[in-house]
Design a protein around this ligand. Structure first.
Ligand code: ADP
Length: 470
């Protein structure tokens, strides 16, 4: 029944409040029961009687024994105190209440604030003891005043106490209930949201409650948003993969069917159909390889060398590889590399990055244009720029350029067999696995500049290939 956080919080607050009130009540009752005020009043009366007798000592000593006893008895009845005279040997000479239980001479208790003694029957008396001039000792005693619990509880002082206590209890219980709800309700809402988690559109949990609960709610909302993004990305990814594979598969199926149906009756048309099938199968194969590569880079399990890379040589090699293609397309390809520092990384993977970028640049630069590979050292990093004077990328496409399967203009880019929209996504993964980043500047019709930033190897050359948070 009390297993929920809210009821437990409420119960513990209630328990605390009741305990605190109980302790206050107990101490108050104890105080009233012991009633030091009453004790003090009684003791003052005893002291007054003692002082009175001390003052009349001479007069009393002169009285005959019988008259002395009468005088003491009168004092007893006037002040309602018991008077006992002891001789030097602590024997009772006279007791105004000899008919009551005898009282022996008390031993001195210097450390007691309230002097008490017990008679032979165990009854407690408050007393004072004084030495008289004739060597006798006078004990003035009165029964210790007793206050009964019931009397205290019935006392007119108590009902306001009870009332105030009840109101305080009620108010604090209400407050405790509010506090418990304040803390537990946001948690409850988070729980409900977590249970509904795979929901398409879960609304963020309102940020309320104490600071820590608010932070937890914020973290929870962020986590939900990330999970939803991931789910969406996965759905998009599967949809894109299916879509991309559908096109070559349809083509393969169509041409295979044509061969089977005998529609391609001449050796020439059969050869053409086989070529298409071969090309499409090759396209699918490359796409699957790219996807596998991306998946490995994503999971951080792609094997990466960690060795010093000579970027100057690497960039010159990439340019050399593309020289025939650039010449064929009528595009000038230049390398502008100053003295570059060593970077640590995987040479093959970095070559893959620049091959991809130069390939894209050449594909999108018409005859007469220029493609420049420029590398400079700046602020502790190496910046490699792949500049082209080609078609450029429209502003609305720029933010999506590194997304998987994103193609600016499918009809335009599908001209090349390699086009699948995965190239730049792989490039970004490889660069970030080297602790670097890639940016792009472009304007439609004015060419594009892709900039790869790579960290320079520290003197101890222990730069670790790591995936940077994107
Ligand atoms: P693809 O393999 O289809 O070229 P990429 O991921 O390499 O895919 O490129 C994504 C998109 O970016 C492509 O559709 C292409 O049109 C565009 N793009 C890439 N590089 C350039 C460039 N240098 N100039 C103009 N457009 C480019």
């Amino acid at each position: 029944m009390f297993s929920s956080l809210r009821s437990r919080l409420w119960l513990s607050y209630a328990w605390l409040i009741v305990t605190a009130l109980g302790v206050v009540m107990f101490v108050l009752l104890l105080y009233l029961l012991r009633n030091p005020l009453l004790y003090r009043q009684t003791l003052s009366k005893l002291n007054a009687v003692e002082t009175l007798i001390a003052a009349r000592q001479r007069e009393l000593a002169a009285l005959p024994s019988q008259s002395l006893k009468t005088a003491l008895k009168r004092t007893d009845s006037t002040f309602d105190v018991r008077l006992i005279l002891f001789d030097a040997d602590e024997r009772v000479l006279f007791d105004t209440r000899a008919d009551e239980t005898p009282i022996a001479m008390p031993s001195e208790h210097f450390f007691r604030s309230t002097p008490t003694l017990r008679d032979d029957a165990g009854k407690v008396w408050l007393y004072t003891l004084s030495d008289l001039s004739d060597g006798t000792r006078l004990l003035v005693a009165t029964p210790r005043p007793n206050v009964h619990l019931l009397a205290i509880l019935r006392d007119e002082l108590m009902p306001p106490f009870w009332g105030a206590g009840a109101i305080a209890l009620l108010l604090s219980l209400l407050l405790a209930f509010g506090m418990a709800r304040w803390i537990a309700d946001p948690l409850q809402r988070m729980l409900t949201a977590a249970r509904e988690m795979p929901a398409e559109q879960s609304i963020p949990v309102p940020v309320r409650g104490p600071h820590e609960v608010q932070e937890l709610t914020q973290a929870f909302n962020e986590m939900v948003a990330r999970v939803q993004d991931t789910q969406q990305a996965q759905r998009d990814f599967v949809a894109n993969v299916s879509h991309e594979l559908k096109t070559p598969l349809t083509s393969i199926q169509g041409f295979a069917q044509a061969i089977l149906d005998g529609t391609t009756d001449t050796p020439e048309s059969q050869r053409q159909a086989a070529e298409v099938i071969y090309a499409e199968a090759g396209r699918m194969h490359r796409m699957v390889l790219d996807l596998l590569d991306l998946a490995r880079l994503d999971a951080g399990i792609a094997e990466m060398e960690r060795s010093p890379v000579d970027l100057t040589a690497l960039l010159r090699n990439v340019a050399r590889k593309f020289t025939p293609q650039a010449r064929g397309a009528g595009v000038g390809l230049h390398v502008e590399v100053a003295d570059l520092p060593v970077v640590i990384g995987d040479g093959d993977r970095l070559a893959q990055v620049f091959t991809n970028l130069v390939d894209n640049a050449l594909k999108h630069t018409p005859s007469g244009g220029q493609v420049i590979l420029r590398a400079v050292r700046q602020d502790g990093e190496v910046k490699i720029l792949v500049i082209d004077t080609g078609a450029g990328i429209p502003a609305e496409a720029l933010p999506h350029i590194f997304e998987r399967f994103y193609q600016v203009d499918k009809s335009r880019s599908s001209g090349g067999e390699h086009s699948s929209g995965l190239g730049l996504a792989i490039v970004r993964e490889i660069v970030s696995a080297h602790g670097g980043r890639i940016t792009v500047r472009s304007q439609a019709g004015q060419g594009s500049t892709f900039v790869v930033h790579l960290p320079v190897a520290r003197p101890d050359a222990t730069t670790i290939l790591s995936r940077q948070d994107r």
